[in-house]
Design a protein around this ligand. Structure first.
Ligand SMILES: [Zn+2]
Length: 316
């Protein structure tokens, strides 16, 4: 894949690359956005394009590309938290390397994943390097929580903000990866446009079955008298509340879209969304409350019944 083909961001990435190659830009990119929105893939693609020695970059076949793809390129530094954080020692060791010549004579590339896990000391050490660059390194900071970075770091970086893709864009990416079109749309809908999530769901038949079970349960919910019957199959479900609430949240967002005249992600289920007796906003609020209660260790069957009772117009 070329940078220009990157779904949703091709033009932006191309333009940044032209600036980098012309030496016109700060030497650090901050790629932020929700999980699975493509920021990590974009950082890697950008880095590979920068290091490629072929004509049509990234060519994928030159020695530099091959080493990059194999994770053995000597001029690439990849940092990510080993446990919970990236410490100041790791940043100092990195900075020491920056003053050395690169093996291949080109630029050095530094990719910091989950950059928000850098400790304050680590961020300050990195900041000094971003302010007074050593060598010709290009930095890629990747994060889904940019607010956790020092504002001084943010201001030293060129920001690229990723969002989840539309269902068409996401399905297009999946199709290019060989997923059959109807399935690509269904997965893109379930994953709410997150390519990473959709790929994880591909082939997960249990998740598809669970989604069907959750939707059937919501459809069985009408008035307060229906709560116990509707909730029973999910109370007993061995998958637990995490995936069930995730499916409900996606469904709630799509119900809200349809109920406001918008376009839902799960367009394969448009008729079911339209027929729903459940109010999207009420369901979404109930999902958030349920997560809080679960975090406080309230039993799942109580959480679920409370949730359904509230949605069905009871007073629990
Ligand atoms: Zn190449």
């Amino acid at each position: 894949m070329k940078l220009s083909e990157f779904a949703g961001y091709g033009d932006k990435l191309e333009q940044l690359m032209r600036s980098v190659q012309a030496g016109r830009i700060v030497h650090a990119l901050l790629l932020s956005g929700p999980k699975g929105s493509g920021k990590r893939t974009a950082a890697r693609l950008f880095a590979q394009t920068l290091l490629c020695r072929g004509a049509d970059k990234p060519c994928g076949v030159c020695p530099a590309c091959k080493r990059f793809l194999a994770g053995t390129h000597p001029d690439v530094e990849l940092l990510r938290p080993e446990k919970k954080s990236i410490g100041v020692g790791e940043i100092r060791a990195l900075v020491d390397k920056l003053s050395m010549k690169t093996y291949e004579g080109g630029r050095r590339v530094v990719i910091i994943e989950q950059a928000e896990t850098m400790t304050a000391a680590a961020q300050n050490a990195l900041l000094k390097t971003l302010e007074n660059p050593v060598g010709d390194a290009m930095f890629f900071l990747v994060t889904d929580a940019p607010g956790a970075l020092l504002s001084t770091i943010e201001s030293r970086c060129q920001a690229v903000r990723f969002r989840d893709l539309s269902v068409e864009e996401c399905a297009g990416v999946l199709e290019r990866r060989g997923v059959e079109p109807a399935k690509a749309r269904r997965l893109a809908g379930m994953a709410q446009g997150s390519v990473g999530r959709a790929l994880a769901l591909d082939g997960d038949e249990d998740y598809a079955r669970l989604r069907e079970e959750v939707l059937a349960s919501l459809e069985a919910l009408s008035d307060p008298a229906s709560v116990a019957t509707a909730a029973a199959p999910l109370e007993a479900d061995k998958n637990g509340d995490g995936p069930i609430l995730e499916i409900m949240e996606a469904w709630a967002r799509d119900l809200m879209a349809v109920q406001c005249g918008g376009t839902p992600y799960q367009s394969d289920a448009l008729d079911r969304l339209r027929r729903s007796r459940v109010d999207g906003e009420a369901l979404l609020k109930a999902v958030f409350t349920a997560r809080r209660q679960r975090a406080a260790n309230v039993a799942w069957n109580n959480v679920l019944e409370n949730m359904y009772f509230r949605i069905a117009g009871g007073r629990a």
